[in-house]
Design a protein. Structure first.
Length: 191
């Protein structure tokens, strides 16, 4: 079975130089230290990164990036805990600044527009807040959105749920059939 470190290495290759720095550090850490680096998902974060409000907003927004559909979403895959662990143990203090500032800006905009926390507004309102960040219409929106989205995607697709339920992990996906109808493909295979 593939582990998070192998999956992160593949993600680093996929995103290339534009990969958010803590993800890149985590993906390449084992090679630089002879493989003696703790796995990202083990244990609690070494420091508390988020306030309770920021954690609630980050959790709600993670669910909007990868919501539960016919497969489990980001919350079921424990992506919020992964993000906090990544920022606590693999990010430099400067790497955390745009994420925390972005969550605070989204929360402030939500209180201004909806008079509720971003964690408590409707999914459509959360989508609107994320769109404002993506379009850089919030303070620090652009520097928040892409790293946040990358962390959610990496956390999801390196989790057991992401690898086994959203995608199908088969080390050898079967025999070759050059005439296999594309309409019969059920899931995308990952390795």
């Amino acid at each position: 079975m593939i582990d998070r470190r192998q999956a992160l290495g593949g993600i680093a290759a996929m995103f290339g130089a534009s990969l958010y720095a803590p993800l890149a550090r985590a993906a390449t850490a084992a090679a630089g230290k002879g493989g003696v680096v703790p796995v990202i998902s083990e244990g609690p974060p070494s420091v508390q990164v988020f306030t309770p409000t920021q954690r609630a907003v980050m959790t709600a927004l993670s669910d909007r990036v990868i919501p539960t559909t016919d497969t489990p979403g980001a919350i079921a895959a424990e992506v919020p805990a992964y993000i906090e662990k990544l920022l606590a143990d693999w990010a430099l203090p400067a790497d955390r600044v745009p994420i925390i500032a972005g969550l605070d800006a989204i929360e402030a905009q939500s209180m201004k527009d909806y008079r509720k926390s971003a964690a408590q507004v409707t999914p459509a309102q959360q989508d609107a807040l994320l769109t404002l960040a993506m379009d850089d219409k919030l303070p620090g929106g652009a520097t928040f959105f892409e790293p946040f989205r990358q962390m959610v995607i990496a956390g999801y697709y390196t989790s057991e749920i992401g690898i086994t339920q959203e995608r199908e992990y088969l080390p050898v996906p079967g025999s070759y059939d050059g005439a296999f109808p594309y309409s019969n493909v059920n899931k995308v295979y990952s390795s």
